[in-house]
Write a new protein. Structure first.
Length: 117
């Protein structure tokens, strides 16, 4: 993101389940990990992205009011992994992985920065 001609980095808290892997003025690449029983911090995605899902346990998505919402990428036609999904910008949400899931959610999100965001 650019402000006053400077690239602005995203602030990351130690409890956040997202790790920045790369960022420049055109793209941002994030590693996403949500362990069984965890719920992400409420967040949004201001840019369109490509999500490469590496591990998908049972999980639920919630909006800013705590209501359960459908997955942004829809329900996949095939459970085969890895899987790549094109996603639009997303409003405030959080993902929660079931406590009894055999593994966590793992993915790589590539955000495509746009001027209109």
């Amino acid at each position: 993101m650019k402000r006053n001609g400077r690239l602005i980095s995203v602030l990351w808290s130690p409890r956040r389940q997202t790790t920045p892997l790369f960022e420049d003025e055109a793209v941002r690449v994030l590693e996403v990990t949500v362990e069984p029983g965890e719920r992400e911090n409420l967040h949004h995605h201001r840019w369109p992205s490509l999500m490469v899902v590496l591990a998908r346990p049972n999980y639920r998505n919630f909006d800013a009011d705590g209501n359960e919402i459908p997955p942004s990428g829809g329900t996949p036609a095939s459970p085969a992994l890895p899987q790549a999904l094109r996603l639009p910008p997303q409003p405030l949400h959080a993902t929660e992985v079931a406590a009894d899931a055999p593994h966590g959610f793992r993915g790589i999100r590539v955000e495509f920065k746009t001027l209109e965001a």
